[in-house]
Ligand binder design. Structure first.
Ligand code: BGC
Length: 822
């Protein structure tokens, strides 16, 4: 428990540091290292066996669980080595959007933005940045990439993963792992498996049939194993009744026996539940401490309930990974210097390449000359990443406002939706106290017992900003009700990094309550803790909100263009409850678009969002969490310096009632602790096809500033797959990015429930005005196959199959068909 608490607090600190980071630090530059880890050859095998023979039982057990790092660098985990035998310690750091340690690192765009580029080569370069920096920052193992599919728009980690589509996910994860490991850092694909929601993630039992598992969720993991991932991280949840970290079907039958995985399997943090069951099922390493694989394992070996060969098996797997990365014989190249400039360049490129233009009417974008009203808090405060273990302390962080101002035109800014609240007027408090700048000394407690008087009934959002740990934040009690109680579970510690951190680094919590006209009892107890604490108490009311909206409307009306930044803050450990934008942002957008139809809404959101105001906007640009270079990238896309290169990797539904997990709580969030994958293989865009349901924006959708024509399709089957050829022509007047996608229909020969269409392949093309290009996309036999659960094997879907080429799953332009035979 102590471990849990200290780790959780440390995470907050790392997260908190993000918002205070402001100045750029130029790291020393050096070319990216090119160490390619060798495979386990015969001498490697001998080295590992000889070490194994010399290790004592205590030493072996010390290699099977995490421990406290004597010289921590702010990373998530540590594994002590065995010095006397030259086995080095290992440092394990998150994560998916850059290296999460105390020191600064490149804060890359969220993985979902990377995925939106539909470009495995870019994923490889993204991986190389993380691999290089991980080694430079003293790390050995990276706890990334995450490949769990986007199954529900509510899942808190949708920004940290790639897509709802198995093929796209598989392509990207393979390339990113090759990039990471090519720099000598061990990659850990996570979370194996079916951790597709954060709600109840530590207990939910995911019920899924074998076929769905293989065709949908597991495809990314399999690709990671094929790409040589050194490590796999087990998920928190259960799968078909058994915790993933002690699930023999997953850890041995699928991972080792079917896929031939030779690396190590670790738990997610605190996700181990047993000793014997987990070890024999195939788990090798318990993280971050040794609750089950420490003293308990030693006792079990001693009393004979666990055979020592299982300990040896796990140690052998861990040592083999170390050996493969040159960590046992000293052949790993020396740690490089960080190359922050190279990191920033890739961060900028990815953010531009993934920027997804969802709508562009009346020539709203690119922005032409004329004044711009920037509206919304993310306009000034940089929204660079989501929360939780995907947080990175960035080299620098600037808001888009500066980037837009740098263009030289007239740019105004209005707050729009207030996130941090306005000071409480002194007159409403009796006795009065300075609610803006309270300081409590270490070891002391400050308390207040008074009243709050309001002159009309209203909805108040109380906002507290505090500098201490969540456990010692001030207790604010209104009429006997505590306003900011500690939320049980992980969400509290993993809150997002944006709306939960003020510009000066203070943590922020909100609570909206109805406040009746009259006088209310207010009690505040603020402990100073060990280090002292500062706090301020603020509020947002209908009146302050109306003023903010009026100011935004005035600014929008006075300017030629309005650019409104809307946000939604996501984090692991908790799900969203709706796909609507949080707070009153929908109303704000309605008001601003009514005042100025040349309004562009820029979405700094984690996943699909509903857009009741869509038809009123000029343009909508999806930027997700764009990383430390997000401001520059956003400005570049808005002004048309580059084409918006991204396409949606998940379908955007119209609302909370029309998507694959809507209306059936057994499917999501689960009933009685069980979550059913009853949509089967019809996941993501396949569900919309199966149901004939039109989404707000389909999978693969994204506009360019130019237009493209598609023509002349042909398809040819041969034993290596299906080659689909077609021509794409830039029919507009400027260069742009096209992402043609190939979809393949059902096999008439398989008596299995098949998707109406699966994504077969895609290509990212940069075409000059008027340029035409003949494109060939290879659809792999695996993509044309279904999993036969009786034979536990893939079967090729033979017979005549339809083939479509389109600009998205909902915009199919060409069609042909082809005979597939075995
Ligand atoms: C997350 C993992 C992460 C680990 C270490 C867990 O809570 O689920 O993705 O790697 O913490 O920070």
């Amino acid at each position: 428990m102590t471990d849990t608490v200290s780790r959780r607090s440390a995470l907050r600190l790392v997260g908190g540091a993000v918002a205070v980071a402001a100045a750029a630090t130029g790291g020393a530059t050096s070319p990216a290292g090119a160490h390619a880890p060798g495979g386990p050859g015969p001498s490697a095998g001998r080295r590992v066996e000889s070490l194994l023979a010399r290790l004592t039982l205590d030493e072996k057990i010390s290699l099977l669980h995490g421990a406290t790092d004597p010289a921590p660098l702010g990373q998530a985990g540590y594994l002590p080595g065995v010095e006397r035998l030259g086995i080095p310690p290992l440092r394990l750091a998150d994560g998916p959007a850059g290296v999460r340690v105390t020191a600064r690192a490149t804060a890359l765009p969220a993985p979902v933005l990377l995925a939106s580029a539909f470009d495995p080569e870019l994923a490889r370069r993204y991986g190389r940045v993380i691999g290089h920096e991980g080694r430079a920052l003293g790390q050995d193992v990276l706890l990334s990439p995450m490949v769990n599919l986007i199954r529900t728009p509510y899942a808190g980690r949708n920004f940290e993963t790639f897509s709802e589509d198995p093929l796209l996910t598989a392509d990207l994860v393979a390339a990113e792992i090759e990039g990471i490991q090519g720099e000598g850092l061990v990659a850990t694909v996570k979370h194996f498996a079916l951790n597709n929601q954060e709600r109840d993630r530590e207990s939910v039992d995911v019920r899924v049939d074998e076929r769905t598992m293989h065709e949908v969720e597991l495809r990314g993991f399999k690709a990671a194993v094929d790409a040589g991932a050194g490590a796999v991280m087990g998920a928190y949840n259960k799968v078909n009744g058994t915790y993933a970290c002690e699930n023999k079907t997953l850890l041995t039958d699928v991972l080792r026996t079917q896929w031939g995985f030779e690396g190590l399997v670790m738990t997610d943090w605190f996700a181990a539940h047993s000793t014997r069951k987990a070890l024999t099922a195939g788990l090798d390493l318990e993280m971050p401490a040794g609750t089950h694989f420490g003293a308990a394992l030693k006792r079990a070996v001693r009393d004979g309930s666990v055979a020592e060969r299982y300990v040896d098996r796990a140690v052998r797997r861990i040592l083999s990974v170390l050996d493969r990365f040159g960590l046992l014989d000293g052949s790993a190249p020396p740690r490089p210097e960080r190359d922050s400039r190279a990191g920033a360049a890739v961060a900028l490129e990815v953010a531009k390449a993934g920027a997804t233009l969802l709508r562009n009417k009346r020539g709203t974008l690119p922005l032409a000359d004329g004044s711009i009203a920037v509206i919304g808090q993310p306009g000034s405060l940089p929204f660079i990443s989501g929360g939780g273990s995907a947080h990175v302390v960035p080299d620098h962080a600037a808001g888009p406002l500066d980037a837009l101002r740098a263009r030289g035109g007239r740019v105004t800014h209005a707050l729009g939706e207030d996130i941090f609240g306005k000071p409480l007027p002194a007159a409403v408090l009796s006795p009065r106290f300075d609610s803006e700048g309270r300081r409590v000394e270490a070891g002391r407690t400050w308390s207040y017992d008074g009243t709050l008087t309001v002159d009309r009934a209203d909805e108040w959002t109380f906002v507290i900003h505090y500098s201490g740990a969540p456990t010692i934040r001030p207790k604010v009690v209104l009429d006997g009700k505590e306003l900011f109680p500690l939320v049980p579970g992980w969400g509290e510690y993993f809150m997002g990094g944006y709306v939960t951190t003020a510009a000066d680094g203070m943590s922020v919590r909100r609570r909206t309550v109805a406040v009746a006209k009259g006088t209310h009892k207010l009690r505040i107890t603020a402990p100073g803790g060990d280090t002292g604490q500062r706090f301020r108490l603020r509020r947002i009311t209908s009146a302050t909100r109306a003023q903010d909206v009026a100011e935004a409307v005035r600014a929008a009306r006075a300017a030629h263009h309005a650019v409104l930044f809307a946000y939604e803050d996501a984090t692991e450990g908790q799900d969203r409850t709706t796909i609507r934008l949080p707070g009153h942002q929908d109303a704000l957008i309605e008001a601003v678009t009514a005042a100025n139809p040349r309004t562009t809404v820029v979405l700094n959101t984690s996943s699909a969002t509903s857009m009741p105001w869509l038809e009123r906007t000029g343009a909508v640009l999806q930027m997700y969490y764009p990383g430390q270079e997000g401001a520059a990238a956003t400005a570049a896309v808005l002004f048309g310096d580059c084409d918006p290169g991204g396409r949606l990797t998940q379908t955007f539904p119209f609302d909370d009632d029309h998507h694959p997990v809507a209306g059936d709580p057994r499917r999501y969030p689960g009933v009685g602790g069980t979550e059913l994958y009853s949509e089967g293989v019809h996941a993501g865009h396949r569900w919309y096809d199966a149901k004939g349901e039109r989404p707000l924006f389909p999978f693969g959708h994204g506009l360019s500033y130019t237009s493209f024509g598609y023509e002349d399709v042909s398809a040819h089957w041969h034993r290596h797959g299906l080659d689909v050829r077609f021509t794409v022509r830039n029919t507009g007047r400027r260069a742009g990015i096209a992402v043609p996608q190939v979809y393949v229909g059902r096999s008439p020969d398989l008596e299995l429930d098949q998707a109406v269409r699966v994504l077969g392949g895609y290509r990212r093309l940069a075409l000059d005005a008027g340029q035409r290009q003949r494109v060939s996309v290879r659809v792999a036999p695996r993509t044309l196959s279904s999993w036969d659960a009786d034979r536990h094997a893939w079967v090729l879907g033979t017979g005549r199959r339809s083939v479509w080429v389109g600009a998205s799953a909902g915009d199919l332009r060409l069609r042909t068909s082809v005979e597939v035979h075995g």
